[in-house]
Ligand binder design. Sequence first.
Ligand code: CAO
Length: 243
Amino acid sequence: IPAVPAVDFSQFGEIEMQKMSKIKKVTAAAMVRNWLNVPHVTQFDDADITELEAFRKNMKAEAEAAGVKLTPLPFLLKACAAALKAEPSFNVSMHPDGEHIVQKKYIHIGMAVDTPNGLVVPVIRDVDKKGLFELAAETVALAKKARDGKLMPKDMQGGCFTISSLGPIGGTGFTPIVNAPEVAILGVSKADIKPRWNGKEFEPRQMLPLCLSYDHRAINGGDAGRFFTFLSAVLSDVRRLLL
Ligand code: CAO
């Protein structure tokens, strides 16, 4: 591809040269590789998390007594693990031989963490086998390890799927780049109260905007529609995780 021409910006005003961290350089190379190799599609949906948030708030004191802060992320991890089971086409990698697809039978999920040195994606193993409190403790510990620059390569390997949450920061949606060799990534934006028509009147409901990018070589629109419908249904009523 044609290179972007080099420009001497100092001719236009004051500038400062800043050295890129090792993480920023590795991330930049991975983003270009993924952007150019993966034919991306991004779908959008809003999940009604009114009941989930009520449940989470009710459980806060119990979680604190158990020594954990129960944030929305463990619920998203459990819901995604269930959706990966329900739609196994999301839990694959393209084999480099171009002849095979690798179907994974385990569920490890990465979470994007923005650190002063750059973006890193620690991986939580066997999400389907862990409880909400265990996941809450693990996500907080991994995010701290990431921010302290203490993640080991093994902490960032083996992911099947990634969650990138910009929720606490803001925004109504974005188009995340698939973290290949994974084939899909979920972007989470800021939840907000929105009016929803219940058949008789508008009701205030807490809606969570979700963006799902996927590799169109491995996943087609129908698979993605089913994955998204399942995910939204679970987030709307977490009792479905028991089914
Ligand atoms: N919409 C609105 N509010 C949200 C939200 C969303 N989508 N997601 C979280 N929040 C709220 C939480 O409810 C919490 O409020 P309360 O204290 O009142 O419960 C507050 O924002 C802070 O949440 P959090 O960031 O601690 O929660 P989390 O579950 O999203 O994440 C943890 C937990 C430890 C993983 C997080 O602190 C972290 O480090 N996340 C990494 C985020 C990041 O770097 N994203 C950048 C990705 S770049 O691609």
